[in-house]
Design a protein around this ligand. Structure first.
Ligand code: ATP
Ligand code: MG
Length: 426
């Protein structure tokens, strides 16, 4: 009998439920990952107990999704989702189930799940419950729908993206009938909310095989959720190594570091900052990720000469915090070109990194917080506050970026007063 190592806390939950005469199993991702020898992210429990009964059996619970039968059981500081066996009701427009019905049958609960590898349950007494050949598909590396793929994708269109996402996360292929149903029903993704699509896209791009975005393309998914990607097929690649911009982009994504800004900047590197921002807004990204990604796209081609002055000017425009991120993106770009002699590009990057350290560590000025004069100093010296002063500070900063020797308080105040006089103010 297959044995799965279960954390103590989860064992307590299973035991408590079974002593109360209920069935309880770990289910879904944690069962799948355990069989694969991977460490599960979280442990979900499915049970025949009704939500009220679950709440009565445990000291601390949270009603996370009580309508859908989910109660979070707190053990120590960790929470575990315990969900009552359920059958999803009718699906409205391929979105969330309109209603759910609780059931006493584990089989019914497993049947509503998306893929065979996600539809296995386990507890130490019963062992593994694998009704649809999940283990076999895990061994074969196969994503296969539970039951009829067309029917399953019609219930919830997001599943077509989940198929590709799991393929990318696990390095699996998509079984042919399932793949065909994805092709046939990819269009229905237009009924799914941007948030749900974004979450799948993120998981796909942050997976070990993010270039499986090409699978999403082949199956007609990007055409619906990311037409900008498909449009790259008609654009020439910036480097001769690739037949089109789309395939170059896929390679860039694969080489990019696994963070959202890096992978999405790679995805949108041909789009330019405005279009990148537009796409990310449409996908309802948080502002922080969107803005960082836009900045990466905007400054990705940093090709100034390797002098301290040029570095200071660049840091003034791009922002000091962006530089290390740009270096990582550049590393991906160089790696993705994978042609002929990239050693010059590596050498240039190394020089820029050294220059960055030199300029920042020696306290050279390229931003207002490094400027030796503040607005208050100018006011004290008799400069009127307002737009005029903003302009003055800007011109002082520009002067200091070009000539660091000028970054001294007295000197800057004198310069400010002179400039003000030139502008006809006293
Ligand atoms: P991970 O959490 O690692 O991304 P997971 O398999 O745990 O993967 P979840 O989205 O957390 O995926 O869902 C938990 C389980 O619920 C899945 O394994 C699957 O059995 C079921 N499930 C989740 N979403 C769907 C869906 N849209 N359609 C059908 N079943 C689903
Ligand atoms: Mg999960």
């Amino acid at each position: 009998m297959m044995r799965i190592e279960i954390p103590k806390e989860v064992q307590i939950i299973l035991k408590t439920l079974s002593r109360a005469g209920c069935e309880a199993y770990i289910v879904g991702g944690c069962t799948r990952d355990s069989i694969l020898g991977r460490t599960p992210k979280d442990w979900d429990v499915t049970t025949s107990a009704m939500p009220e009964q679950v709440k009565a059996l445990f000291a601390r619970t949270i009603d996370t999704g009580i309508k859908h039968g989910t109660v979070t059981v707190m053990i120590g500081t960790e929470g575990y989702e315990v969900t009552t066996f359920r059958v999803d009701g009718e699906y409205e427009d391929g979105r969330h189930p309109r209603n759910v019905t609780f059931t006493r049958s584990l089989e019914e609960d497993l049947k509503r799940r998306d893929f065979t590898i996600n539809a296995m349950a386990y507890n130490p007494e019963t062992g593994l419950v694998d009704l649809f050949g999940g283990v076999e598909d895990l061994k074969a590396g196969m994503i296969r729908c539970v039951g009829d793929p067309h029917a399953r994708f019609s219930e919830d269109a997001l599943r077509v993206m989940r198929a590709v996402r799991f393929a990318a996360q696990l390095g699996f292929s998509i079984e042919e009938k399932t793949a065909q149903a994805v092709r046939d029903l990819a269009e229905t993704l237009n009924r799914i909310s941007a948030e749900r699509i974004r979450m799948e896209l993120e998981k796909l791009l942050l997976s070990p095989e993010p270039d499986r975005i090409e699978t999403a393309y082949d199956l007609g998914i990007t055409r619906v959720v990311l037409p900008e990607y498909d449009a790259l097929s008609d654009r020439e690649a910036k480097t001769g190594t690739y037949p089109c911009a789309r395939l170059h982009t896929a390679a860039l994504i694969r080489c990019a570091a696994p963070s959202r800004p890096q992978r999405f900047a790679a995805l949108l590197s041909y789009a330019g900052p405005e279009m990148a921002g537009k796409v990310m807004r449409r996908l309802k990204f948080d502002n922080t990720t969107r803005i960082l990604t836009e900045r990466l796209v905007r400054f990705q081609d940093f090709s100034f000469e390797n002098t301290p002055a040029a570095m200071r000017r660049f840091l003034y425009e791009a922002g000091e915090d962006l530089f290390p991120q740009l270096v990582r993106l550049r590393e991906a770009q160089i790696a993705a070109k994978a042609c002929g002699d990239s050693s010059a590009a590596w050498e240039d990057l190394k020089q820029k990194e050294m220059l960055f350290r030199e300029v920042t560590e020696s306290g050279q000025c390229f931003s207002f917080d490094r400027l030796q004069v503040k607005g208050d100093d100018l006011i004290a010296a008799g400069v009127r506050p307002g737009r005029e002063m903003g302009n003055l500070l800007h011109s002082l900063l520009e002067a200091v970026i070009d000539d660091p020797g000028l970054n001294q308080k007295e000197m800057l105040i004198r310069m400010a007063l002179e400039k003000q006089q030139q502008n006809g103010h006293t």
